[in-house]
Design a protein around this ligand. Structure first.
Ligand code: PMP
Length: 401
């Protein structure tokens, strides 16, 4: 097992050159120089649009943009044509809800949504249900705070069309046993899985073909890439059946007043000028990640979360929501509002998130109004844990007086 070199990792991140302790990487990761340089180079030297110009600048830009699609496909072991660029996970799931599910759903159909979902993998299904008369069904958690497999077996039936599941909870860091979930879903050929990889993509390598995933979504900005760029992977056979969901330039092969002919997959889903800088920046992020020891980085950041949990658990009233081995640590202190603590932490230079984490059903299942969430990344240090614990101790003494 290699020792992780945090100091070397940190040197890639100019945003760390200040006195703040950044513990909010689950909201968005900081950006390494490789990503900043790639987007800077595009804006500084790039000329033209993609898929639209006949001059050399536009042609080479299009080639780089399509190479980025191939590189991103390799990252999750997908064919390049199965990679659709989106604004992020949210847009990718909405695309599936509107283009795959909506035309198929009928009154009486069921969409199973786990209780661990971010609103991004719940609300698009509520909208599709409203539009079609289908029903969204709650898939409850077990004692381990993961979507319960026995409940999945009980809830699935011939009417189940979609199962919406997160690869990793953005609150507990818990990762369901995907192979076991998929095996149960495959007993019902009409059901497809929408796997939300927003948190999981950076922590768990994904092979969409090996895992037999129907739809997988992730966001560039949680993978050290730019904001405003994300990926939808869909099984080619499913994408082929899906109509475009937004109309405009480059998603068609011909248009007139009597109609239009959609492009092939994936261009059919990419109307309008795309986020070129985002695509190039995400591709740079993946190239850079390939040069890092991600296994060691993961063990290191999970170790920091475990250390923080151990140290905070010595303080009275502490309660953690923390899957073993995860780099996310959600926690509360009984009798004290999480926002009050977060305000004092902010005054002490700690950046973390407090609230419901866009996961109100999960908050209800946990029986809390919100939590603090410290999310550790490989650029965090033991000193960051010390600063967090000291700031929490100070907050508790101020708020308990
Ligand atoms: N799902 C999960 C589990 C998330 O953590 C997030 C981001 N907080 C999203 C979906 C949505 O991602 P984005 O805002 O990048 O579309």
């Amino acid at each position: 097992m290699t020792e992780f070199d945090c100091a070397a990792f940190r040197r890639h991140f100019p945003a760390l050159n200040n006195d703040w302790v950044y513990l909010d990487s689950a909201a968005t990761a900081l950006k390494p120089n490789a990503v900043i340089d790639a987007t800077d180079a595009f804006y500084r030297h790039g000329t033209g649009n993609v898929h639209r110009g006949q001059y050399p600048g536009a042609i080479s830009l299009t080639a780089r943009y399509e190479q980025a699609r191939i590189d991103t496909a390799v990252w999750i072991n997908a064919p390049a044509a199965a990679i659709v660029w989106t604004r992020g996970t949210t847009e990718a799931i909405n695309l599936v809800a509107q283009s795959y599910a909506r035309p198929r759903l009928r009154p009486g159909d069921e969409i199973l949504v786990s209780e661990a979902e971010h609103h991004a993998n719940l609300v698009p299904w509520l909208m599709a249900a409203q539009q079609t008369g289908a029903r969204v069904i709650r898939w409850p958690l077990g004692d381990d705070l993961l979507p319960d497999l026995a409940q999945l077996e009980r809830l699935m039936n011939g009417n189940t069309r979609i199962v919406a599941l997160t690869q990793m909870s953005n609150v507990t860091g818990g990762c369901p046993d995907l192979a076991a979930v998929i095996a149960r879903i495959r007993r019902y050929p009409q059901a497809a899985i929408m796997l939300d990889g927003a948190q999981g993509a950076v922590h768990r390598p994904m092979d969409v073909q090996d895992a037999d995933i129907d739809f997988y979504a992730f966001s560039g900005h949680k993978l050290y890439g730019p904001t405003g760029i994300g990926v939808l992977y869909g099984k080619p056979a499913l994408l082929e059946q899906m109509p475009p969901w937004q109309g405009g330039g480059k998603m068609l092969t011909g248009a007139g007043f009597d109609g239009f002919l959609p492009q092939a997959v994936p261009m059919r889903f990419e109307a309008g000028t795309p986020n070129i800088a985002g695509v190039l920046g995400l591709s740079a992020a993946l190239d850079w990640l390939r040069t890092q020891d991600l296994g060691a980085a993961e063990r290191y950041s999970a170790g920091l979360a475990r250390l923080a949990a151990e140290r905070l658990s010595a303080l009275p009233g502490f309660r953690a929501f923390h899957a073993p081995g995860s780099s996310l640590l959600s926690f509360i202190f009984s009798g004290i509002h999480h926002q009050d603590i977060a305000m004092i932490l902010a005054q002490d230079g700690i950046s973390l998130r407090a609230g419901q984490h866009c996961a109100q059903p999960l908050m209800a299942a946990l029986g809390v109004s919100g939590t603090l969430r410290a999310s550790f990344a490989p650029y965090n240090t033991r000193q960051d844990v010390d600063r967090l614990v000291a700031a929490v101790e100070k907050a508790l003494s101020l708020l308990r007086d």
